[in-house]
Unconditional design. Structure first.
Length: 206
């Protein structure tokens, strides 16, 4: 693999990581021959990603090289924008994800990484984009639906929700920050999950 676009939200971006690497930078530290493009945008939902990912990826992934796509989204879809409701209802989120992943698979090898657990007790979350209420149980439902979709489309899917929820380092890192984004030690735990994923190892070796 020569070039990879990693497309997602603030967790892909690495918001909260003091090293500014996020999990993508940590994962690919030992793969310097691969050019990665972090296309994580804070507060992005599946709808917003669907509107931008093709133009951004096609500008970076030439046909002459071996390229791939990694998607990671869903946490923001499941969030409630205070005073407005759920940002992207589950049924619509699956419709969006179906379109994104179907188009991606038809173009290049791709992977999907699911949403994260959050610290419910630290909600609501205040940001420049608004005030949001993230909920672990609701995110878990989105994660399960994405897993089912990815299996149907034969796209490798990494469930990070359950191992991170059981990971004390991740949970403590989120708790010590804003309850949604971890600090660098939390991102390292997420990176470890990705690096050890068999489908990822096959993907970068393709």
């Amino acid at each position: 693999m020569d070039r990879i676009c990693i497309i997602g939200d603030s967790i892909t971006h690495g918001t909260g990581d003091e090293t500014l690497l996020g999990w993508p930078g940590k994962v690919f530290q030992d793969y310097s021959a691969i050019t990665i493009y972090n296309l994580g945008v804070r507060a992005d939902t599946s709808a917003l990603i669907g509107a931008r990912w093709q133009a951004e990826a096609r500008a970076r992934l030439p046909q002459a090289q071996q390229c791939g796509l990694i998607f990671s989204f869903g946490t923001n879809d499941a969030a409630v924008a205070i005073g407005q409701g759920i940002r992207v209802e589950l049924e619509q989120s699956i419709t969006n994800a179906t379109q994104i992943l179907t188009q991606a698979k038809a173009w290049l090898p791709c992977l999907m990484i699911g949403p994260i657990p959050v610290i419910d007790e630290k909600q609501p979350f205040h940001s420049g984009a608004g005030v949001f209420e993230f909920n672990t149980a609701r995110i878990e439902a989105y994660n399960a639906a994405y897993q089912t979709l990815a299996d149907k489309l034969a796209i490798p899917y990494l469930d990070i929700f359950h191992p991170l929820r059981a990971n004390p380092t991740w949970m403590a890192s989120q708790t010590s920050n804003d309850g949604v984004h971890p600090k660098q030690d939390g991102y390292q735990e997420l990176a470890n999950l990705v690096r050890s994923w068999h489908a990822f190892q096959q993907f970068i070796g393709s």
